[in-house]
Design a protein around this ligand. Structure first.
Ligand SMILES: C[S@@+](CC[C@H](N)C(=O)[O-])C[C@H]1O[C@@H](n2cnc3c(N)ncnc32)[C@H](O)[C@@H]1O
Length: 376
C-alpha cells in the first residue's frame, strides 16, 4: 500500500492480483449499474478503503478502485439511458495524502467529463471505515431513513479494520451488496498466536476461529474460510455468498474475496464476471465443488458441475429453471454454463433424459430433466 506522511505520497505499483481484482470489479459494476438503475432512483457505490485512486506503474498510471467505479459508470454505453437515477459515489480513505490524491483525480475526471452529469455525485471522506460507516448509519437512524441500494467494496489491508458487526449494520437491508477482502494468509498464520485475538474476534464476530489453531495446512485454511462465510451468512444474513481465493503463480493463497448478496441475479452476474477475468500466469481465482478445486478461467471445465448435479438431483425429475437456480445459488458456476456446456453433453452421454423436450440438447423454459438414481 502507499506510504505517506501529511505532505508526501509514495504510490505503489499494481501487482497482477490487484489487476485481477480490478478487472472483476469493472466487469461486475458494468453489469450492476444498469440493473440497479432500472428500478431505483438512487444508488450508492461505497468504496470504504478507497486508496489514492491510482498506482505508480502503467502509462498512464493504472487507476485504483474508486476511479474504476466512476469510469465504469461514465463510460457505460447505457449511461445516457440512466439519467433518472442519482448515483452517489462515496469514497473513504483514512490516509490524508491518499485521500488528497484521490480528490485531485476526481477533480480531473470532472474536467475531463465536463459538463459533469448532474445525477452523479462524489463524496470523499478521510476517516476510518468504522467512523464513516457509523456516522452515516447513525444519521440515517436518526432520520428514520434507509440507505439507498448500495454496493459496498470493503478492501482493507490486514485484519483489524473490518469488524463483522459493522458489515452487518452496513448491509442490513434487502438491496445491500458487499464485496469484502478477507486476509486469508494473515488469519491462518495468526489464529493461534494469541497476539491479535481481539482483532480476530471482531473480524469474525465470534471466537470460534481459535479452533483453526488445532488444524494444519489445507484443513486450517478451509476452516477459516468456511467460518468467515458462515458468519457472513448468519450475522449479516446474506443468503447468497460466493468466495474466490486468490493464488499467486507459486500456488500460494494470498487472500479471499467474498461477494455477498440477497439477489440471485447479482450472484449470477458476479460469477459471470469472475469467469470472464482470465487468469494470467501470475494469479488464479479458485473455489471448490464436489471435492474438486475449480480454477476460474475462460476455458470452462464443467466436469465438477456434472458430478455435482448427478449427485444433488439423483433420482429426481426437475425443471430446467430449478437446475439453473440451484447452479447459481449453490455452485461456483453461472447460469450461462448450465445448458450448452453441461446438460447437453450429459444428455449426449446418456446421463440424463427429458420427457418433454422439443429438441434433444435444447432446454426451453419448463423442460423437465430426469436424473438417474444415485449409487446406493
Ligand atoms: C488495499 S488499499 C485500497 C486499494 C483500493 N481499494 C484499490 O483497489 O485501488 C487499502 C487502503 O485503506 C486505507 N486504510 C487503512 N486503514 C483504514 C481504515 N481503518 N479506514 C479507511 N481506510 C483505511 C489505506 O491507507 C489504504 O490506502
Amino acid at each position: 500500500m502507499p506510504t505517506s506522511s501529511a505532505a508526501t505520497l509514495k504510490l505503489w505499483d499494481r501487482p497482477p492480483h490487484t489487476a485481477a481484482k480490478h478487472s472483476l470489479l469493472r466487469a461486475y459494476l458494468g453489469a450492476w449499474f444498469p440493473i440497479i438503475a432500472k428500478y431505483n432512483r438512487r444508488v450508492i457505490y461505497y468504496d470504504a478503503f478507497a486508496g489514492p485512486g491510482e498506482y505508480n506503474n502503467g502509462d498512464p498510471r493504472y487507476p485504483g478502485s474508486p476511479m474504476i467505479a466512476l469510469e465504469t459508470l461514465l463510460d457505460h454505453d447505457y449511461f445516457p439511458k440512466m439519467g433518472r437515477t442519482e448515483f452517489l459515489f462515496l469514497f473513504n480513505e483514512q490516509d490524508s495524502a491518499c485521500s488528497d490524491n484521490l480528490a485531485r483525480l476526481v477533480a480531473e475526471a470532472k474536467q475531463k467529463h465536463s459538463p459533469w452529469p448532474s445525477n452523479v455525485k462524489v463524496g470523499i471522506e478521510n476517516k476510518t471505515f468504522i467512523e464513516v460507516t457509523g456516522m452515516m448509519l447513525d444519521d440515517l437512524d436518526e432520520r428514520n431513513a434507509r440507505l439507498a441500494p448500495t454496493f459496498a467494496f470493503v478492501d482493507p489491508v490486514g485484519v483489524k479494520a473490518t469488524p463483522m458487526s459493522i458489515l452487518a449494520r452496513l448491509t442490513d437491508y434487502p438491496k445491500g451488496e458487499l464485496l469484502v477482502y478477507f486476509a486469508h494468509e494473515a488469519v491462518t498464520r495468526f489464529c493461534g498466536a494469541g497476539n491479535i485475538d481481539q482483532a480476530l474476534t471482531d473480524l469474525f464476530g465470534a471466537g470460534e476461529y481459535k479452533g483453526a489453531a488445532l488444524l494444519q495446512g489445507a484443513q486450517r485454511s478451509q476452516y477459516v474460510h468456511d467460518l468467515y462465510k458462515r458468519q457472513l451468512h448468519e450475522v449479516c444474513k446474506f443468503p447468497y455468498i460466493q468466495s474466490f481465493a486468490m493464488y499467486d503463480n507459486r500456488g500460494k493463497r494470498l487472500y479471499d474475496l467474498f461477494y455477498c448478496t440477497r439477489e440471485l441475479i447479482g450472484l449470477d452476474r458476479m460469477k459471470a464476471a469472475m469467469w470472464k477475468v482470465a487468469p494470467s500466469g501470475d494469479f488464479s481465482f479458485r473455489d471448490r465443488l464436489a471435492n474438486q478445486e475449480i480454477i476460474f478461467s475462460q476455458v470452462i471445465d464443467t466436469t465438477p458441475l456434472r458430478k455435482h448435479l448427478l449427485d444433488h438431483f439423483a433420482g429426481q425429475a426437475v425443471t430446467i429453471e430449478s437446475v439453473v437456480d440451484h447452479v447459481v445459488a449453490a455452485t461456483p458456476y453461472a447460469s450461462s454454463h448450465v445448458k450448452r456446456a453441461t446438460l447437453a453433453p450429459m444428455q449426449k452421454d446418456g446421463l440424463i433424459s427429458s420427457p418433454n423436450q422439443a429438441r434433444k440438447g435444447f432446454y426451453s423454459d419448463g423442460t423437465i430433466i430426469v436424473f438417474p438414481p444415485g449409487q446406493p
